[in-house]
Design a protein around this ligand. Structure first.
Ligand code: BG6
Length: 473
């Protein structure tokens, strides 16, 4: 039986800083992605050029035509903040930046593709990160609200689906400057940093919701997290307890606050045991109000992992260790990607069912995909059967979450339509249905070639999921 409703939003998702290139085009300012340094902890020696990326800024028309050929119903894109406000502090927006996204959105609408817009996705102006320490500062919340106001005003009649903040739960991690624009100031404890980032990002999200709903009452708005379900490494009670704490604090806290509008008891208790006050009342009231206005919850899902509990007796120190220094590892029972990420389709069903049971809200899967280091074969083709397998198994599990667990899912966006830079600026980490030949940049173009998965996904969309059980390899 086909469980996908006719209006199900099949499509793809991208982060524009990772795809566009044109670092200085049309008055754009540098952002945290452009200035990202090499992430040595990932064993990466160098970063690829974000001024070129996949050249999507200049080839967006061709890319959208290919997405149309794949019958996409929706595309998630981000409106790069530093194209609209190059340093973040300007009063007036950069018109050429806005005009560019207007052309992109118009082109999508002409192609029958619903734009799903993210308002911050690794693109905070570098100036705000360096001068104000990103979302550690409340002033940046106001600069962000100014950006949202401008974008929402311009596109309120064209964009229906909005995502306030990409993977907000990972903003609290002390090494994730890309997500928060911030780093931990010296003399500040990990728990104080965590509390400040949680509050400021929730406030930013809440202000964005209020602005969008005021400008476009019919719009559908959501927050977004990266849900990487954490299993206990063994059945030892300390591992089981660590997994419960980690899932709450590292993944679900964001949605708990966003949907309930108050801090959940486990978080209040934690703050009070750490001797930290909750935060300002006025801001909490804005957060409370926005919880009544969000329409759906969106997630990215790539993998699951496992955790070991530390050998610590004191309950508060145990909790802090799990939250700030989690001992995460990959599950030995699962297959891995070329980058060592676990492939766990049934974990996807578990994630969707957990969200459904905990929040009773529509869910939009706005990122799911697999990367490989690919090169065309002698015929110039890319037979990415592993990617087809990955999508088939994940989508079957999503179907089970709908059919057997009662989850309401409104769409599924694959990461990603075209190859582009990874979050650590590696072009060889390819996620696309469309191969981008980044080795040959000629006449200001990079050639696009559909991979085998392009045709598989096209058929899946055109059959509204019914082709899922066909053998296509
Ligand atoms: C998500 C991000 O965390 O994961 C994307 O929203 C990112 O921007 C994706 O690209 C995959 O991660 P990576 O590191 O392989 O690019």
């Amino acid at each position: 039986m086909n469980v996908f409703p006719a209006e199900f939003l099949w499509g793809g998702a991208m982060s524009n800083v990772q795809a566009e290139g044109g670092c200085f085009a049309d008055g754009k300012g540098l952002n945290v992605f452009d200035t990202l340094e090499v992430r040595k902890e990932y064993g990466q020696e160098s970063v690829d050029n974000s001024d070129l990326a996949a050249n999507h800024y200049f080839q967006y028309e061709e890319d959208i035509s290919l997405m149309k050929e794949m019958s996409f119903k929706a595309l998630r894109l981000s409106i790069v903040w530093s194209r609209i406000y190059p340093t973040g502090v300007e009063d007036e927006p950069n018109e050429p930046g806005l005009a560019h996204y207007e052309k992109v959105i118009d082109r999508l609408l002409e192609a029958g593709i619903e734009p799903v817009v993210s308002l911050v996705h690794f693109d905070m102006p570098d100036y705000l990160s360096k001068t104000y320490n990103g979302f550690y500062s409340k002033e940046v919340v106001d600069f962000y609200a100014h950006h949202v106001e401008t974008v929402a005003e311009r596109f309120r009649n064209k964009v229906k689906y909005w995502i306030t903040y990409n993977e907000m739960n990972t903003a609290t991690m002390t090494h994730s400057k890309l997500v928060s624009g911030a780093s931990i100031p010296s003399g500040i404890s990990a728990e104080e940093y965590f509390r400040t980032i949680v509050f400021n990002t929730q406030l930013a999200h809440a202000k964005a919701v209020a602005i969008i709903k005021e400008k476009a009452p019919e719009a559908k708005v959501s927050g977004m997290i990266n849900f990487y379900q954490i299993y206990p490494k063994t059945l030892s009670p300390k591992d089981v307890l660590a997994a419960a704490i980690a899932n709450d604090f590292l993944c679900l806290l964001t949605f708990d606050i966003m949907t309930q509008g108050i801090y959940p008891t486990y978080y209040k208790e934690f703050l009070s045991e750490c001797g930290l006050a909750e935060d300002d009342r006025e801001g909490l009231e804005i957060i409370r109000r926005s919880s009544e206005q969000i329409d759906f919850l969106s997630i990215s899902y790539y993998q699951t992992c496992e955790i070991s509990g530390p050998e610590i007796e004191d309950p508060l120190e145990f909790e802090k260790s799990v939250i700030f220094r989690p001992q995460l590892s990959m599950n030995e029972h699962l297959e891995k990607t070329d980058w060592g990420w676990s492939i766990d389709p049934s974990g996807f069903r578990k994630v969707l069912s957990t969200l459904n049971q905990r929040y009773h809200k529509p869910i939009f899967v706005v990122e799911n995909g697999i990367a490989g280091d690919e090169k065309p074969d002698s015929r110039g083709a890319i037979d990415d059967d592993y990617r087809i397998r990955f999508y088939r198994e994940h989508i079957k599990n999503m179907q089970d979450a709908i059919e057997s667990d009662g989850a309401e899912i409104i769409g599924y966006l694959a990461w990603s339509p075209i190859d582009f830079l990874s979050s650590h600026k590696e072009m060889r980490k390819r996620y696309g249905f469309i191969y981008v030949d980044s080795d040959h940049y000629e006449d200001h173009k990079m050639k696009r070639t559909p991979k085998k998965s392009f045709y598989w996904y096209k058929r899946l969309i055109e059959s509204n999921g019914a082709s899922l059980y066909e053998v296509s390899e």
